[in-house]
Unconditional design. Structure first.
Ligand code: HEM
Length: 117
């Protein structure tokens, strides 16, 4: 795209929060709720409203790479460790609210990673 096109074209910023927090699509749009993606038998369910990689012609080119990397990263950790809050802290006391900036990021947490034997 040339500089001229930038000046005269229309820049569009899709806000995916409108669909990712849509109260008509999600049972608990503001909670970490893995059951959003499970049927009554505990099997994975694809949800049309789950589109963190956007949609259409400008959708993320790295979607399949990112999904593969995240799967390998988290399954490797979960196969090797059991994660718990630090001693004296219950799971209910963990603050899962995001840190809001241009994007929403997880807050830092202190956790125990106990190796599985
Ligand atoms: C969890 C990880 C990732 C998320 C959630 C994500 C999400 C997104 C989103 C929302 C867009 C904008 C789509 C739009 O404008 O409608 C985008 C664009 C893009 N992403 Fe990703 N992305 C991720 C990882 C990656 C990786 C690993 C790569 C490459 C190795 C990548 C390459 C790109 C490229 C090249 C675009 C621009 C596509 C275009 O404008 O035509 N992304 N991504």
């Amino acid at each position: 795209m040339s500089f001229h096109q930038w000046q005269t074209g229309t820049v569009v910023y899709p806000l995916l929060t409108s669909v990712l927090y849509d109260e008509t699509e999600w049972e608990q749009p503001h909670s970490f709720h893995p059951a959003h993606f499970l049927d009554k038998d505990g099997k994975f369910v694809q949800r049309d409203a789950f589109m963190p990689f956007s949609a259409g012609r400008r959708a993320c080119l790295g979607e399949s790479l990112a999904k593969m990397e995240l799967f390998i990263f988290f399954t490797t950790l979960l196969q090797q460790f059991r994660f718990t809050p630090p001693p004296g802290v219950s799971e209910d006391e963990l603050d899962l609210s995001p840190r809001v900036g241009f994007t929403r990021n997880p807050a830092p947490h202190t956790l125990c990673a106990v190796p599985c034997v």
